[in-house]
Design a protein around this ligand. Sequence first.
Ligand SMILES: [Zn+2]
Length: 528
Amino acid sequence: MKCRKMRSCLRGLSLFCVLCASVVHCFSLDREAFSFTRYDLTLQIEPEQHRLGVRGKIMLRNDTSTPQKIAVLQISSSLSWRSVKAGDKALQFVTQPYTTDIDHTGALSEAIVTLPQAVAPQGTIELEIAYEGVVLLDATRLTRIDAPEDAATSTDCDQIDVKFTAVRGAGYVAWYPIATDAAYLTEGNSLFEVSSRWKTREAGSRAHLKITVDNGMPPQILFNGVSCSSSPLPASSGDDRTVRVGTADCMDQPLRSDTPTLVIADYQTVERSAIEVRYLRGRDTAATNFADEAEKIAPLITDWFGAEREKAKTADLPDPKAAPFESGALLLMPLTSNDSRMAGLAAAHQLTHASFLSFRPWIEEGIAHFAQALYLEQQKGRPAAIEYMGLHRSAFGQAEPATTAPRSEDEVNRSLVNTTNEELYRSKAMCVWWMLRDMVGDAALKKAIAAYRSERDTEPSYMPRLIAAQTQRDLQWFFDDWVYRDRGLPDFKVESAFAIGTRGPNPDKIASCPSMARASSALFSESP
Ligand SMILES: [Zn+2]
């Protein structure tokens, strides 16, 4: 089956991030038996050859209830396994290609490793690994489902190259080892579900990278928004050229639910208190415009979502058509536009991620999109915010007309708290937050958000309870209808919600949130 909605696929692929409930699937070969709790890797990058060589150690934890003697390690199919050791002992392993769309090449190089002894449930084992190969521009997984070539390469733009290196992690390029079941773009939400499961398992993992780049210049390296401490090594003369090598140490940090992303480029930097914008030569104006817009918005965002946990970073992409990509507070996008409104929308979203963290997509992404509506309201007034949410609906409605066909039990029961569906956890969640604000008021919602701690969010009712604690009103019906169950389709309107509920505020003051048959997943654009 072809991907029925190519635009939707491409857009979703370029934007998805996040997690859902973990379900360990059982196969004869249990690829998801182990989580990787720690990466300590040394990367050798040779941009002229597009080459990546990796040595280092990884820590595996058995997440199943039975002892495991076999571990599966997967890397991009353009890379090859060289060795796997435990202690000083070389381990036996077989390699095979594994077809899956979690990697841009449409396949992984899989090492099936026989461990020296079975690892008990929740037990760990450290492995020393080595692999190498190239990371070239490759959109096989998209072109094989008939995506137009240029759109495909703008979406899967990852590569190691002398001009620009950007490699996103699981879901794009497996440049570090992962362990996942197969996922296919042609099978509904399969890629999102497999990626989400992996990210959930990785959420507590830590990574420490040491990177050497033979680039002819000191590397400027961003790893998940962290600026790695870089230093050029003294130039040395080769046979016929001067070899310059730079090294960088990227700090030990938790991966959370973000996609580990590595960017190496000859960037210029414009810095403001709220954000650092790295841009390519010739794009000074757009970069400065973006930084200034972000700086203007910062007070609104900190007022709603607290002080920044980390500094937001935006990094330029050379391809002007490249789709924006976010990994936590790091945003990759082509800095080619001087449109202040678009910059403001993007910055509002990004700064919110820099301030507020949740592992639940409907909270993490819903709130970041809600911040975009708040930004528009502040700039242009409430109707502009309502119109923005309405455009999400109508734009998507054009792409996929609402159906009157009966919905499956699965669809009806799908809840916002658990969904991996982007349109729901982005656009519908944005409206849910907007409606909550209308019901409980700004002050109460801000207090609930301020009280939220992601490490305490161990059950779906946690955030609703925090909100309920700030109001005298019974909101149970609202959460039952719009958060715990997926009744919001196709007539998601707050008026109908209030018809079910108790006495509420004046409905005239409440946003008629868009009909969310399916909403646009566009991050920043108003018409995808
Ligand atoms: Zn986001």
